[in-house]
Design a protein around this ligand. Structure first.
Ligand code: NI
Length: 201
């Protein structure tokens, strides 16, 4: 009588481990934004930010338009300009199909990136790119909603205004209703980005 009961116990324990591991795995992938396309991942959501004219803007202001959302900062030496150039080229490839897409460039460096700065910077890449900033709290909340990591790094000891900001560099595609559709890693080609956007919209 003892052996079959033990065997059932072992089977149940193994099943429990599999279930827990599965749930942990899903949670982990969700945290790093690795959820599959269209999987209903909770990326995005409400935000309150400030546009180039100093006006308050929210996610609701863009409802009805597809969004490409990217977090960065205007002093970024490399990654941000590259990504914004890729986005601009993808928009050009999409032509009329991408005409109503709003690209949101949200700064993770609101201390230095004042409204006018982000506006000018964003528009220089493409007229459809909108530069947004906000208070430290507003920017942090928006970054949290999109699961974007950022942190001040490499500060010049002689000049507190001279620093770099580490930040994750995904571009998020959001549907007209504000739901997450896809993300693009840094280094994606404009052709691949345009093709995927065309397929998903
Ligand atoms: Ni950057």
């Amino acid at each position: 009588m003892k052996t079959p009961l033990n065997r059932i116990g072992i089977v149940l324990a193994v099943l429990a481990v599999i279930v827990v591991a599965g749930l942990a795995g899903r949670h982990y992938w969700g945290m790093i934004g690795g959820t599959p396309e269209g999987g209903g991942a909770s990326i995005g959501g409400p935000f309150v930010l400030v546009d180039e004219k100093g006006n308050t803007v929210t996610d609701a202001d863009f409802r009805g338009r597809p969004l490409l959302v990217y977090f960065g900062y205007t002093y970024c030496p490399d990654v941000c300009p590259t990504t914004l150039t890729t986005i601009a080229e993808a928009l050009d490839r999409l032509g009329d199909k991408g005409r109503d897409i709003a690209v949101l460039f949200i700064t993770v460096d609101p201390e230095r990136d004042l409204p006018e700065d982000v506006g000018d910077y964003a528009r220089a890449f493409h007229p459809q790119v909108v530069g947004l900033t906000g208070t430290t709290e507003q920017v942090a909340a928006a970054a949290r909603a999109y699961r974007v990591y950022f942190a001040k790094a490499a500060q010049n000891p002689d000049d507190p205004e001279d620093y770099a900001v580490d930040h994750s560099a995904y571009t998020y595609l959001m549907g007209r209703d504000g739901t997450f559709l896809a993300h693009f890693p840094h280094g994606v080609s404009p052709t691949d980005m345009a093709e995927r956007i065309a397929r998903l919209l």
